[in-house]
Design a protein around this ligand. Sequence first.
Ligand code: SAM
Length: 447
Amino acid sequence: MQLPTALLNSLEGLPGFDRGAFIQRHLEADSMTSLRLNPDKHPSLPFSLRKVPWALQGFYVDPRPSFTFDPFFHAGCYYVQEASSMLLEQAFIQHMSSQQPICALDLCAAPGGKTTHLYSLLPKGSVLVANEVIKSRVNLLRDNCIKWGTTSVVVTQNDPHHFQELAGVFDWITLDAPCSGSGLFRKDPLAISSWSESHVIHCAQRQQRIVAAAWQALKPGGILFYSTCSYSLEENENIVSWAKNQLGASVLPVQLDSTWGIQESEVGYRCWPHQMRGEGFYFCCLQKSATSSPTYFSIRADKFLPVSQKENQRLKGWIDLADQHLFEAGGQLHAWPVSQWELLTLFKQKLYISYAGLRIGQWMKEKFIPDHALALSNQLAATTSSFQLEKEQAINYLQRKEITVSNVSRGWNLVTYNGFGLGWANVLQGRINNYYPKEFRILKDKE
Ligand code: SAM
């Protein structure tokens, strides 16, 4: 692995940088796989796990197992995520300690690592907008949210500048910026060939534009978590200094245990892989002044009408609809928390929504067809019929193959593995129709 000399030279003098140790670490082939457990679906995993000290649900897993052939992975029981990225948790718990519901935004969200993490940290009753500007990546973000079982996330596909229209709305913004990616060279050596000084400059200009847009959307007193997986000063400390000077941002400290090996920088914190157990990462917590002028928004007539009470009654056997409004979008019924109805209405007016709340299914004549997202959520009524599969049968189900089970009730059944929902099956006379979504099926035949 030949690291760019221009990059190495540019890092000289940065706190924690040690050229020899840095190069040596890039020559070592250990992959350091880590994952984050879903606190709503706590399984006992069949892997050897070792704690990531800065994230309650974070674990290193060694050796790396085959996630594709693990039904727990498909049930959304964990998310495979790089350990340094999990430092978001320290920033959040140290600066958002109130248990009041908040309105949060993940501005550059696909594939959804920080979205699912933030969702699990939010106080009950909060709302999270997960945005991804690149169309081809939005579906992956939505699917990862569905797998995680989210019920109060709005997935949107907007350019960051659209969020200026939501001025002063968000208490917390995660801005994991698109960057030159040098922090991931150990994992992806091929990315080295596309690194250049001019790309760093291009990324820095884009990052400035994204921070400026996010800043508008932040409430007075709100917090912006800025991060990149680049080592370059231009994309990290320089962006933060610019935000301090031009936007009046204050930098908030994050307390980090010295044994974790994370380097405090002039502003923000750096993860150097030769100092800690994680890949290259930079983050900084910025606060907007509480005295900045609040921005008011008006809500126009509601085009997103809730479904009638009668409809709620018909769904009783499927979902617990206490404190939820039902609405229809794309021919499918969705549930959304009543207390956050106005916010959803506002987002509907200003953003391109790809998914919101929990998609629960649709009526076809008098029959209800449940949606996959309902199977993966914790909102499903306890009375719903279900049957359990052993690992081999569960893999067959996830491959969309035929499954055979005896003594199951007719009609729609939740298919489970160790008690965790995988999807739906419709049990008919003499056969079982496998409703695992085609687009999620395991394509490989063998481990
Ligand atoms: N936060 C994600 C996670 O933890 O899974 C990773 C985000 S990745 C570092 C940056 C994201 O920014 C990518 O999904 C990329 O598509 C998106 N992006 C690319 N260009 C952008 C732009 N001009 N404005 C906003 N986001 C952009």
